[in-house]
Design a protein around this ligand. Structure first.
Ligand code: 13P
Ligand code: SF4
Length: 383
């Protein structure tokens, strides 16, 4: 048993768990976006790499990147896909930083996970730093509440926070399995600390487990004791971290009402990172994989307003021309960090690998990886 304390663990690599501290590479080496040979260059490099490389593409990636993905999926499916490919030397992760970290943790040690642009972070994951979570846990401990509190951490978090979760008997969840993960956690303890997306935590607790809204409190990491009284914390079933997605958090109740006025038979389908107000006003709520399955299975002629990332909604509209598909809110735009991965970055990555240069490798500190894997494996076994 390791003697590493929880605080040490949270601070391990803690200086690097935020996007602003990770740095950016490849400046000056990227092919020009206007290069007319980009597609051909990508095809040639891809063919040269053969089975040595496995390219994963998250559903929010651009079409030009998805065209080269060996597998596409939501964060859960891609975590499984990475774990199931032990023979690929290079895992090229077209997604964001926390997903590539999870792939590094779940793959075998001689596999290299590469993120084509290190600036592809996630604003939500950056809303919970190792130091802030360590302080929260200490403060809960001082009140005698850490014992009996089970951490449930959304995949969209740094490896350091995942390690905290594994070290403290918790599990990771994704938007595909949050309901199961929460059911498991509620059997293990008396309350849950849900990190870092308050909306997924609240929507899952209230809409899928019937936990009263009043028993969901929000921990503000910028305030002493999360800005909560001892009485509020003692009576809470869910302590929700004050984090959110800067894309999904922008869909509004007004946009749901507006689309219902404009398209009378429309069905509103949203991702659970949307606010509780939007999720409860929608017809259906589910992960990106659920959204794709629902639209694919929908009857021709039906109308849908979808509240998730724009690349995916545009692709669904293109691939389902027999249905009317609209984006839920014109004021919301692409996930800017997902969009960082483009064809020039992919070409640069693949050509570098062909030359034997491993660029932008994502390496999780071994002690962090060890405990993060405990939490990730728990999630995979719950599923
Ligand atoms: P999924 O878990 O549905 O892939 O979502 C990941 C994500 O980043 C949503 O914003
Ligand atoms: Fe993060 Fe939101 Fe982008 Fe998903 S859509 S990667 S949660 S910022």
């Amino acid at each position: 048993m390791s003697t590493t304390s929880i605080r040490d663990l949270l601070l391990l690599g803690g200086g690097k768990d935020l996007a602003s501290e990770r740095g950016v590479s490849c400046a000056g080496e990227l092919p020009a976006a206007s290069d007319p040979d980009l597609i051909e260059r990508a095809q040639i490099a891809r063919a040269k790499l053969g089975d040595q490389a496995y390219i994963l593409g998250h559903h929010y990636q651009r079409d030009e990147v998805i065209a080269f993905a060996d597998v596409t999926g939501d964060s859960f499916k891609l975590a499984q896909a990475a774990a199931a490919r032990p023979n690929a030397k290079y895992i090229v992760f077209c997604g964001v930083h926390f997903m590539a970290e999870s792939a590094d943790i779940l793959t075998v040690s001689d596999q290299k996970v590469v993120l084509p642009d290190l600036a592809a972070g996630c604003s939500m994951a950056d809303m919970a730093s190792g130091e802030q979570v360590a302080r929260c846990w200490d403060e809960l401990g001082e009140l005698g509440l850490a014992e009996g509190t089970i951490p449930v951490t959304y995949m969209n978090s740094s490896a350091v926070i995942k390690a905290f979760t594994g070290r403290n008997g918790g599990t990771i969840c994704t938007s595909s399995n949050a309901r199961t993960a929460l059911a498991w956690a509620l059997e293990q303890g008396t309350r849950v600390l849900f990190l870092p997306d308050q909306h997924l935590g609240r929507n899952t607790a209230v809409m899928q487990h019937g936990i009263p809204l009043e028993q969901c409190v929000v921990w503000d990491p910028w305030k002493p004791q999360g800005g909560l009284t001892e009485a509020e914390l003692c009576s809470a079933k869910m302590i929700l971290w004050r984090g959110h997605c800067s894309v999904h958090g922008r869909f509004t109740l007004e946009s749901v009402n507006e689309v219902r006025r404009r398209i009378p038979d429309v069905k509103v389908l949203v991702h659970p990172e949307c606010t509780y107000e939007v999720a409860t006003a929608a017809d259906l709520v589910g992960s990106t994989e659920f959204i794709i399955k629902t639209i694919t299975a929908a009857a021709p002629g039906t109308s849908w307003a979808i509240g998730t990332e724009l690349n995916l909604v545009q692709r669904l509209a293109k691939t389902n021309p027999d249905k009317q598909i609209v984006f839920l809110d014109k004021a919301v735009c692409y996930c800017s960090t997902m969009n960082r991965i483009d064809l020039p970055h992919l070409v640069w990555t693949l050509e570098s690998l062909v030359e034997g240069r491993i660029v932008n490798q994502i390496i999780v500190e071994p002690e962090v990886a060890k405990y993060a894997k405990v939490a990730l494996d728990r999630m995979l076994s719950l599923a």
